[in-house]
Design a protein around this ligand. Sequence first.
Ligand SMILES: [Zn+2]
Length: 110
Amino acid sequence: MGMTRREERIAENESFFREVNERIDEVLTATVDREMIRFVCECGDSSCTERIPMTHDEYEAVRLESTTFAVHPGHVIPDVETVVLETDRFSVVRKQGDAADVVEDTDPRS
Ligand SMILES: [Zn+2]
């Protein structure tokens, strides 16, 4: 059982947004520290331009695992990912199966 092209594209989009956030985190944490950082939504929609306010520590908690992503509330794609945390500012989703392999392989920290 492989992954569909759609699932693959979603996982690739999420990985791309994660790389953007890595840079946002790197640059902004040094300057604003505990303040809210406006991360990009890491959802599977490549045209998404939503920003999600999170502290550096909140983002770090998501990044501890290669398979979890921070998305704007309502940007969860329920048939390809599971919600593991919901707040009024962001939701955290977990990838599973083959999609988890894709996002683990593309994790810039692994
Ligand atoms: Zn989004």
